[in-house]
Design a protein around this ligand. Structure first.
Ligand code: B12
Length: 498
């Protein structure tokens, strides 16, 4: 009997209010979740994938449309779903927002899949084919052995990075973060050999290991990390990679040695804040336990191996006033951090922070779902005990400018070169700070004569003497080793087709 063919459309919607952030090839990343959904879909389904970071979605025919969405992109997902529902085409949505706001999402799509989808997607497809799809399936957390390799051939856009996930779950449960709510507290590790096999199939030279807590705080986890990094070296993979970890990443020199050898060039550390009060506000227990003094020591150990540090910092904790924000900025600039991710504290749905703020009636931008579009960490959605939402946002513009102006990020790049003796790390750091600057100062980017352009230079042509002089040094660096890096990082790299 001939098997009926179906067409599945998988879409990554993009928040149109944050264009500058997501629509630049250098800051667009493949949505791994959809690659997993594709891998779980049987062969009699044709799959088409559209990523709005590269092209605006317009209607195209399909039997089923599957949407993923971060909270900030949920409204756009609903708009796309509406185009299909009005034509009677079944819509299904999964991912973090669908998992945290399941009841809301049910109003906008036909089926919601909450939690990890590995166990329930095949069940849903069978039900769909039988004409009896349910309104809600909950996948909970998936046993690691059921996580398939990502079906990467659907990602046909020129992404700069390949992404891979080697573990799920985070034992820390910080107040502002939704990872524990989605992936659970239990740290689940994929077998190292499976991860290495998957890595070997990946063609891009730049890699982002998306694990939330790359090296867990146990001896076993450190040994696993060593096996993974050593395996990458032994299999001759020439990757340049960055990943996300906590300050305990710096504990073990052998981990750092093999991380560096396998191409680790930049590591994000969840530092968040520099005072006990702020760390207590956000329940960042690991950092409280280790003490703020441990940051500098940890960063020095990491630098010794030629790896640069991207500090993840949060502004706008409940105890923060204006002076605290500038004090945090000063701490960052003298801390030894190479690149800075500076977010405004945002009550993401499903987090402890969200429920507390909601109960205390402190969420100011609460006209949902529309206001979800502001939940991307660059807008203030709540105030603090000392500042209104508007004051916080206004102060952050000054803080951001003082960190991400071109003079400062260039100085930071030279410092990184000095600390790591690694040109690639220095260049990566420069690019990262430049991108973050563009993201957070997006509203300053315009065509007016005194405005900033996308290169974060003034349209008037005004440049400091420092910038003019260091341009020559940069040119020399380009000549030595950066031209290749630049090519890889600006999205011009197109993987060879097999
Ligand atoms: C990689 C990553 C990024 C990448 C983007 C990658 C991408 N294009 O998806 C980058 C660095 C750009 C990024 C940016 C941001 N991120 Co981010 N990111 C992650 C991270 C670490 C991993 C995501 C991932 O790849 N997971 C692996 C895949 C396999 O899992 P998954 O996507 O959850 O998919 C599974 C299920 O959810 C489900 N599923 C997913 N989609 C679909 C669709 C259908 C149809 C179905 C049926 C099922 C399904 O099935 C999959 C398999 O089980 C997560 C943390 C996490 N653990 O999820 C944070 C996370 C998603 N990010 C978060 C945030 C807040 C942000 C930022 C707003 C802020 C910031 N400072 O980081 C920006 C905003 C970006 C934007 N576009 O608006 C939050 C999102 C919370 C929320 N409610 O929206 C998370 C959860 C982290 C956190 N601390 O809470 N991020």
């Amino acid at each position: 009997m001939e098997v009926k063919k179906y067409k599945l459309l998988l879409v990554n919607p993009v928040n149109h209010l944050a264009k500058g952030f997501v629509c630049d090839p250098s800051t667009s990343y493949m949505p791994l979740g959809l690659g997993i959904i594709a891998a779980l879909t049987p062969d009699h389904w044709e799959i088409e994938f559209v990523d709005e970071s590269f092209e605006e979605f317009t209607f195209r025919p399909a039997d089923l449309i599957g949407l993923t969405a971060f909270t900030a992109n949920a409204v756009r997902a609903y708009e796309i779903a509406a185009m299909y529902r009005e034509k009677g085409i079944h819509t299904v949505m999964g991912g973090i927002h669908a998992s945290m706001m399941t009841d809301e999402v049910r109003e906008y799509v036909d089926t919601v899949i909450s939690g990890e989808a590995e166990t329930v997607w095949p069940v849903f497809l069978k039900d769909f084919e039988a004409g009896t799809p349910k309104v809600h399936y909950d996948g909970g957390v998936t046993p690691v052995e059921l996580i398939p390799k990502v079906r990467r051939e659907i990602f046909h856009y020129p992404y700069v990075y390949d992404l891979i996930q080697t573990s799920r779950g985070c034992p820390m449960g910080c107040d502002f973060c939704s990872v524990t709510q989605l992936c659970g507290k239990q740290y689940r590790e994929r077998p190292v050999e499976d991860v290495l096999d998957e890595l070997e199939e990946m063609e891009r030279p730049m890699l982002f290991i998306v694990d939330d807590h790359l090296v867990n705080n146990t001896r076993h986890a450190r040994q696993r990390a060593i096996r993974l990094f050593k395996g990458m070296v032994e299999r001759g993979m020439k990757k340049l990679w960055f990943g996300q970890a906590s300050i305990n990443f710096a504990d073990d020199d052998e981990v750092l040695h093999w991380a560096a050898k396998s191409g680790c060039t930049l590591i994000l550390l969840g530092i968040e804040a520099e005072t006990k009060q702020a760390l207590t506000d956000m329940k960042k227990r690991l950092n409280l336990k280790r003490g703020v003094d441990s940051y500098e020591i940890g960063m020095k150990r990491i630098h010794k191996h030629g790896i640069a540090v991207l500090g993840a910092m949060i502004f706008g904790m409940e105890s923060d006033g204006k002076a605290d924000l500038f004090a945090r900025r000063d701490f960052i600039l003298r801390s030894g951090m190479d690149a800075i991710q500076s977010s405004i504290m945002t009550p993401l749905p499903g987090t402890g922070l969200y429920y507390r703020m909601k109960a205390e009636n402190k969420i100011v931008l609460n006209n949902f779902p529309n206001d979800w579009q502001h939940y991307h960490f660059m807008h203030a959605t709540i105030g603090t005990s000392k500042m209104s939402r508007q004051e916080l946002e206004k102060t952050m513009r000054d803080v951001w400018w003082s960190m991400y102006n071109k003079d400062n990020i260039r100085k930071m790049m030279f410092k990184t070169l000095w600390r790591t003796r690694n040109f690639k790390a220095a260049y990566w750091v420069y690019g990262t700070n430049h991108n973050y600057g563009r993201i957070v100062l997006e509203s300053e980017i315009n065509d007016k004569p005194d405005g900033l352009n996308r290169n974060m230079e003034f349209n008037s042509g005004k440049r400091s003497l420092y910038l003019k002089l260091t341009d020559y040094v940069l040119m020399l660096f380009y000549a030595i080793s950066w031209n290749k890096m630049k090519e890889r990082m600006t999205g011009r790299y197109v993987p060879a087709r097999k």
